[in-house]
Design a protein around this ligand. Structure first.
Ligand SMILES: [Zn+2]
Length: 661
């Protein structure tokens, strides 16, 4: 044996300890799914029953109920009414085909899409339930009550709520809709529970979730295993974290958070063509590529896993994900995906966005706002909702665009008049879009309710006006019942009045999000500013009022492709292009049609330079603006009008610099 002296021995021991320790730390650091300690969310949501829209938001909800959200079951009864997919028509090994609502050849259905009607139905019900509650519409509420009764009666003795019979459920090695069909269903049931506070509903939801936990045991099963890497319903199913997180918020039972972490871990470790897998997020060279709607909804699941684990590595991955998404959203907040992101950078003319993706990305930003308390996520929500989302709805008809671009020159089926794909119909307006898929219309019915329900949040100090706009709330703050009327036409004007009703004077804080574009504002009374919020702490008395005024200036900005665009406050502006509408399909219901739009005369204006193309208010009340741009047809500079892009159909949003030749 070789002799070693004492000091060498001590050095050896120290080195060994150091090595073991660093190996241990490394192992710790390298396991992004290791639970450290869950992170509490900064804000808590207010109950869905405690907020009601007013002003233009109320009109939007009413229009939606009078339109496709209130009538989708009559417009496509075969998908919504006639297929009792959660009940007597549950899928069995014998079912080999069914009408899933895609008529075009791209909808060339395969067995894997047999879950599809569950999404169409449940996403539609989710938007419908929330809209009916927000509008307090007794006719619609009565219909929903019957639906809830029917769904609850479909629950098996072991708690199973879903679309598969006993021989199929939880036994998949491929595409399936097990978790996704439950996610979409249970989100709607959760809204109904918040409204009714009926314990029966909560028990049914918890039993359904427990049935999943028993059949896909945590860390001892692989719910996302698939022999093929391209999946639809399977990977949508990661959004079961929406249900789990909401259940945690209601029950405070941490098992739901732990299960979120397990789902994201299993999702990340399987071979799947999905952007939100951990290793892809942290790879700086990886560009988002997948089906847009998956990618943008999965942002919430990554956030859920990070907050459930408190593991910094997942926090870093979440930040990487957000940075990647910034590259794939246009200046109006439109998340690229027509339907695939395809490693592209956002482009206001060439990269279309899908209505489904808008709902999902907006909801992901709302969730991040709730979790982090960071005001910047409110800016992202408002940008997307006021601009891209409003700009994809037909302002005059009960219709939406399935796909849309910021610069929209034709809405005749293909992207900006493209006719190479003969069966492309997504760039047009419809109350159904059955030619492609009935996914976007149900989600278009969800987006306004999801905006409204996140307009106010709570924290330990009091209340926060997180997203701005007209609404009324009634909530309990520190044992006092407080009502606040938020009177405004925001974002279409810039004064907001908050009127407080309270029985007994009470001390608490009201925080009002100060949008990042606000440089100048006035507020009545004493306040402080912190982290993007205007903070008012005082003893509130009945009939107290806060008057808030923003003073926005029209701005010229540059997009990712060095084109120019204009904003005023939260609104992106557009030059509207006069268009002729043609009806391409009638529905048996009065007032419902598909529409295409062609420009009367298409001129794509060019930006001259900052001083000439500077934008001015023409009319502050109607939010009309003018600017001077170059007309390449007449070769002259012309004065053109600009308006909020959310109110337009055909339009130019971003302007390329004048070609100097
Ligand atoms: Zn869609």
């Amino acid at each position: 044996m070789k002799k070693i002296n004492l000091s060498t021995f001590i050095l050896y021991v120290l080195a060994k300890i150091f090595f073991l320790q660093s190996a241990f730390c490394q192992q710790n650091n390298e396991n992004p799914f290791k639970k450290i300690q869950s992170i509490p969310e900064t804000f808590q949501p207010i109950s869905f029953s405690s907020i009601k829209p007013s002003g233009w938001l109320k009109k939007e909800i009413e229009k939606s109920l009078n339109g496709f959200t209130g009538h989708l079951d009559s417009l496509v009864p075969s998908l919504i009414v006639q297929d009792d997919i959660y009940g007597k028509d549950r899928l069995t090994k014998k079912v080999k085909s069914k009408d899933v609502g895609a008529l075009g050849d791209e909808g060339d259905w395969k067995v894997q899409f047999l879950w599809w009607n569950s999404e169409s139905q449940s996403n539609w019900w989710d938007g419908y339930i929330r809209s009916a509650i927000l509008a307090n519409n007794t006719y619609h509420l009565a219909r929903i009550k019957n639906y809830i009764k029917r769904i609850l009666s479909s629950q098996d003795a072991d708690g199973y709520l879903g679309i598969y019979d006993k021989e199929l459920r939880y036994k998949f090695d491929n595409e399936n809709g097990e978790l996704w069909s439950k996610t979409t269903l249970l989100r709607g049931l959760l809204a109904w529970y918040e409204y009714t506070k009926d314990k029966k509903i909560l028990i049914a939801i918890e039993r359904a979730v427990q049935n999943v936990i028993v059949n896909y045991p945590e860390n001892n099963s692989h719910p996302f295993y698939s022999v093929k890497p391209d999946d639809g319903g399977l990977t949508h199913g990661l959004m079961f974290t929406d249900v789990l997180e909401n259940l945690y918020r209601i029950t405070k039972n941490k098992k739901y958070l732990d299960y979120c972490l397990f789902l994201y871990k299993d999702f990340s470790t399987q071979i799947l063509n999905e952007d939100a897998q951990y290793k892809k997020l942290i790879d700086p060279n990886y560009k988002l590529n997948g089906h847009g709607v998956h990618t943008y909804e999965h942002l919430r699941a990554v956030a859920a896993a990070y907050y459930a684990s408190g593991n910094k590595l997942l926090g870093d991955a979440l930040n990487d994900f957000l940075n990647k998404i910034d590259q794939t959203t246009t200046v109006t907040g439109g998340p690229v995906g027509d339907e695939w992101i395809g490693r592209r950078k956002a482009n206001e003319t060439n990269t279309g966005y899908e209505y489904c993706s808008m709902q999902e990305l907006m909801n992901s930003y709302e969730d991040l706002f709730l979790k982090t308390g960071k005001s910047k996520f409110g800016d992202k929500v408002e940008k997307l909702f006021f601009n891209a989302a409003q700009g994809s709805r037909d302002p005059n008809q009960y219709c939406i665009a399935y796909l849309k671009t910021d610069n929209s020159y034709y809405m005749t089926g293909g992207q900006n008049g493209d006719t190479t794909q003969k069966k492309q119909t997504r760039y047009s307006y419809s109350p159904v879009h059955q030619d492609a898929a009935v996914c976007c219309v149900p989600n278009a019915g969800r987006i306004t309710p999801y905006y409204i329900q996140n307009m106010w949040m709570k924290d330990k100090d009091g209340l926060a006006a997180s997203l701005l706009g007209p609404c009324n709330i009634t909530v309990m703050v520190k044992r006092s019942k407080v009502s606040i009327e938020e009177n405004t036409s925001y974002p279409y004007n810039y004064s907001i009045q908050f009127k407080i009703k309270i029985n007994e004077p009470a001390a608490f804080t009201i925080k009002i999000r100060k949008p990042s574009w606000v440089n100048k504002f006035s507020v009545s009374g004493n306040y402080s500013k912190k982290d993007g919020f205007i903070i008012i702490h005082k003893i509130w008395k009945n009939n107290d009022v806060i008057n808030l005024q923003f003073f926005p200036e029209p701005m010229v900005k540059k997009d990712l492709n060095n084109e120019y665009y204009f904003t005023c406050g939260a609104l992106v502006l557009a030059h509207p292009i006069a268009a002729t509408a043609s009806i391409t399909k009638d529905y048996p219901l009065k007032g419902f049609h598909d529409f295409q739009y062609r420009p009367d005369s298409l001129i794509v204006y060019q930006f001259i330079n900052n001083t000439i193309s500077k934008i001015n208010f023409e009319n502050k009340k109607t939010l009309e603006f003018t600017s001077t741009m170059f007309n390449p047809e007449t070769k002259k500079n012309e004065n053109i009008q600009l308006v909020p892009m959310g109110k337009t159909i055909l339009r130019e949003v971003s302007f390329a610099k004048k070609n100097m030749q």
